[in-house]
Design a protein around this ligand. Structure first.
Ligand code: AMP
Length: 469
């Protein structure tokens, strides 16, 4: 597909084109230009695309077209024609929001279903017509068990972020869903990565699929200014406060590795007079929604999130991301920083890196095929001891890509996303240190250290088993 492709040339129904125009989109993104025609002709699809590429509209728009232009067979309350499975509540909410946005001039109905919230409103909604159901697997299975949803009328099945669903241990749930949806259907599978497990799933699920692939995030992250500060873990909270003030950051998404770490950081920021909120799997859905809304509205300057809780969060023009700790899975770094620099805007991502995280840094730099610029912190004086005694090192998971992912074996469902793995990073606005010209791939450049000497080693000792839950 070329850049000349227009939405009109994709032959979408007029009410959909109108909704697209209302959304302000002028040109289909590459994934949309490739996927929409293939979905419109009714074939199965295997798509390699990450959040931020416009993939949601890539499947939502043609699905709306398909459903609105052909009659439902045996329509009944609680019997969806399209089922979209997603790994997390946030993503579920956002996908259904997209369905509503793009389908606003159509008479199709949609519903979102996830755990961690009262089931009664969902039961009520299922008593009406539901054309498009967006669900996380766990809660969907609950409804299947209670026979409150009927999947026998599913014409189109979508697995969105299939890799993440497998990572979160949903494979058995997905298989249970597959056992009850009609064999005769259209299936679309979206995944950012293609492990053997995903390939096996796709082989068993898709028939002669069309394949589309768009540039991976780790090639599109070029527009994001990436930098790092070397800093002992115990000084990170103070350093972040310093950076927020020094740069007058107004909207920063900070990733922490643990839920506990997210809470402590948000508390510290608030204590220092900086409005902040934490979102992670231990927070109720309403608290998470509220925190996210406050952050989007600008009432909360700093949103501290764990990886899974932040998954799918879509904030237009988010200028700054901070990795408070580096993720141990390098792809997560790409996902994290992909929250900024979206849809053509530039963004900045800063990582705070302790000595113990150098291995992760190396893996990340290998993946993104570039060095992350070491930047010297200006004017930061670590406290003599203030916060140090209560400091906790991030857990030290096994190094490298083979490391188990948080939540993988923890029986996590969508009710408990946000495992103990989380970190956050933020972009530099300080002056690059001399090391900028020739950054060391190992991150050991002395000039990137905060200027104060490190506190005694004892203050940095690990507390084994503290995973911040
Ligand atoms: P997604 O990858 O689906 O999470 O979408 C990322 C962002 O791109 C969302 O904020 C969408 O609203 C936006 N978007 C999707 N399609 C387009 C388009 N054709 N033009 C501009 N922005 C878009």
């Amino acid at each position: 597909m070329t850049t000349e492709t227009t939405f009109a040339s994709l032959a979408l129904a007029e009410p959909i084109l109108r909704a697209i125009a209302d959304a302000g989109y002028t040109t289909p993104t590459p994934i949309q230009a490739q996927a929409i025609p293939q979905v419109l002709v009714g074939g199965d699809l295997l798509a390699a695309a990450q959040t931020g590429t416009g993939k949601t509209a890539g499947f939502t728009l043609p699905i709306l077209h398909q459903l609105s232009t052909r009659a439902a067979q045996a329509p009944k309350p609680g019997r969806p024609r399209c089922l979209i499975l997603v790994p997390t509540r946030e993503l579920a909410a956002q996908v259904e929001e997209s369905v509503k946005t793009y389908g606003k001039y159509l008479s199709l109905t949609s519903m979102v279903m996830f755990g961690g919230v009262n089931i009664n409103p969902q039961l009520k909604a299922l008593k009406s017509r539901v054309d498009i159901l967006v669900a996380t697997p766990g809660r969907l299975l609950d409804h299947m068990g209670q026979k409150t949803v009927d999947l026998s009328g599913v014409e189109i099945l979508v697995l969105d972020e299939a890799d993440r669903m497998l990572d979160m241990g949903f494979i058995r749930d997905i298989k249970k869903v597959l056992a009850v949806v009609p064999k005769q259907r259209q299936t679309l599978l979206f995944s950012a990565t293609f492990s053997d497990e995903i390939k096996a799933l796709a082989n068993g699920l898709l028939h002669n699929p069309g394949c589309v692939e768009v540039a991976r995030r780790n090639t599109t992250v070029e527009v994001i200014e990436q930098s790092m500060h070397r800093v002992p873990q115990a000084h990170k909270r103070d350093l972040l406060v310093h950076l927020v003030r020094q740069n007058n950051w107004q909207q920063v998404l900070v990733f922490t590795r643990t839920k506990h770490g997210a809470n402590k950081l948000a508390e510290k920021l608030i204590k220092d007079g900086i409005s902040a909120a934490a979102i992670h799997g231990n927070k109720s859905q309403s608290a998470r929604t509220k925190a996210l809304a406050s952050f989007k509205d600008g009432d909360v300057r700093i949103l501290v999130a764990t990886d899974i809780a932040a998954r799918g969060i879509d904030i237009d023009q988010l200028p700054q991301v901070v990795n408070f700790e580096l993720p141990n899975v390098p792809e997560d770094y790409v996902h994290r920083i992909g929250r900024t620099g979206r849809a053509g805007s530039t963004g900045s991502a800063l990582s705070l890196v302790d000595d113990e995280e150098i291995g992760y840094l190396r893996d990340i730099e290998k993946l993104i095929k570039r060095s992350i610029v070491r930047v010297e912190v200006e004017g930061f004086t670590p406290p003599a001891k203030a916060d140090l005694m209560s400091e906790e090192r991030p857990p030290r998971p096994p190094q490298g890509r083979g490391a188990p992912r948080q939540g993988q074996n923890a029986g996590q469902r969508q009710g408990q996303p946000g495992g103990g793995r989380n970190a956050s990073g933020r972009a530099p606005q300080g002056k690059p240190a001399a090391s900028r010209a020739a950054p060391s791939p190992t991150g050991t450049t002395p000039s990137s250290q905060p200027r104060k000497p490190r506190p005694p080693a004892a203050l940095f000792s690990s507390k084994p088993g503290t995973r911040g839950h």
